[in-house]
Design a protein around this ligand. Structure first.
Ligand code: AHG
Ligand code: MN
Ligand code: MN
Length: 337
């Protein structure tokens, strides 16, 4: 049987289920090409001179790595000319990037975290790219980058596609177009992604949790209680022993949960309260929440479903708790009681 490449899969989704348009198919295909180019750059490592600091800060005041900047440029260059996009927004850019006048414009908006897990670049641990696609509201003002911000401020439920690439021992693309979650593996020799798993399901229960334990003293009471209960193991109220994993690349932590279940938490804490949380709603929380829900899991801030949040600004940060449904519901329940 012929290999089901990403392009073939998208064509089948379009033809058989009618869930995507030709432009969306093209957009996802272009994003996947950009992820391949990022994967090649990452693979060169020290040989390609891509490691280390870029010497600049992003809009959030974080030091940019060379690969943050390079990955952002690759995604912009790949996407701006094709006629499928109205604008793009990125964790690494202050304002939205409008499609230049010399290129045709389309009906979609693309947001991305070009390189997730930057602290792992120089230590050769898995990193990734996260992206989300929205429809541009009709009549949206795209006359200036400042005006264009408003078009992006749509709740996560409005996403028409979301995905991530994980650059690990293999490069994978994990995708939803609102019809379940599929995993594609990069065939490096052939230069394309091939479908390797469909209908990804996250087990409802788990014995594995992911949280940065060094923030323990800053957590709120409900998260403290839940983690204490997990750490208490078999003799505690949850009656089972848990294991802990924290890669510190959200992409890698979420991919583990996609593969074998678990719960991931970057909750509200006293250190990040002023900013609203650590992770970014438009570039990290929303796309991951859609993927996790599409795989049968759940995603909340601890108090609300992430996909229902009405964004107030492009670079908004939120608390994130996602993964195995029953565990997310348990700790969310602790917040609401
Ligand atoms: P980014 O590299 O895009 O800034 O994102 C890093 C995020 C996320 O990937 C990860 O889960 C978290 O930050 C790690 O935070 P700590 O360094 O506090 O562990
Ligand atoms: Mn990130
Ligand atoms: Mn990033």
């Amino acid at each position: 049987m012929a290999q089901r490449t990403l392009a073939r899969y998208l064509t089948e989704e379009q033809r058989d289920k009618g869930v995507i348009t030709g432009d969306l198919k093209f957009l996802i295909e272009i994003v996947s090409r950009a992820c391949q180019a990022i994967s090649v750059a990452i693979g060169k490592g020290g040989l390609g001179g891509v490691l280390g600091e870029a010497g600049s800060d992003n809009v959030q005041g974080e030091a940019q790595k060379k690969l943050d900047v390079l990955s952002n440029d690759i995604l912009l260059d790949a996407n701006e000319w094709g006629g499928h996009l109205a604008a793009m927004a990125s964790e690494e850019m202050d304002l939205p990037h409008l499609v230049p006048h010399r290129f045709p414009k389309g009906e979609y908006l693309l947001t991305f975290d070009p390189l997730d897990g930057s602290s792992n670049i120089d230590v050769n641990v898995s990193i990734g790219t996260i992206f989300s696609v929205l429809k541009c509201p009709e009549g949206a003002d795209l006359s200036t980058p400042e005006a264009a911000e408003k078009a992006f401020l749509q709740p996560g439920t409005a996403q028409v596609a979301a995905g991530y690439a994980v650059y690990g021992p293999t490069t994978l693309l994990v995708l939803t177009v609102g019809d379940g979650v599929a995993v594609f593996t990069l065939d490096r020799e052939q230069g394309h992604f091939v479908l390797t798993q469909e209908n990804v399901r996250i087990p409802e229960e788990t014995k594995e949790f992911a949280i940065n334990m060094s923030n323990q003293r800053f957590w709120e009471a409900p998260v403290k209680r839940y983690v204490d209960e997990m750490v208490a193991g078999k003799s505690g109220p949850l009656g089972k022993d848990y294991n802990m994993r924290w890669v510190a690349s959200m992409v890698a932590d979420v991919h583990r949960i996609m593969t074998r279940g678990g719960i991931f938490m970057y909750p509200m804490d006293e250190k990040v309260r002023d900013k609203g949380g650590k992770l970014r709603l438009m570039y990290e929380a929303n796309p991951m929440a859609l993927l996790v829900e599409q795989a049968g899991g759940a995603a909340t801030t601890g108090r609300k479903r992430i996909l229902d949040l009405q964004p107030t600004h492009l670079h908004q940060r939120v608390p994130v708790i996602l993964g195995s449904k029953l565990e997310v519901e348990r700790v969310t329940g602790y917040h609401c009681n």
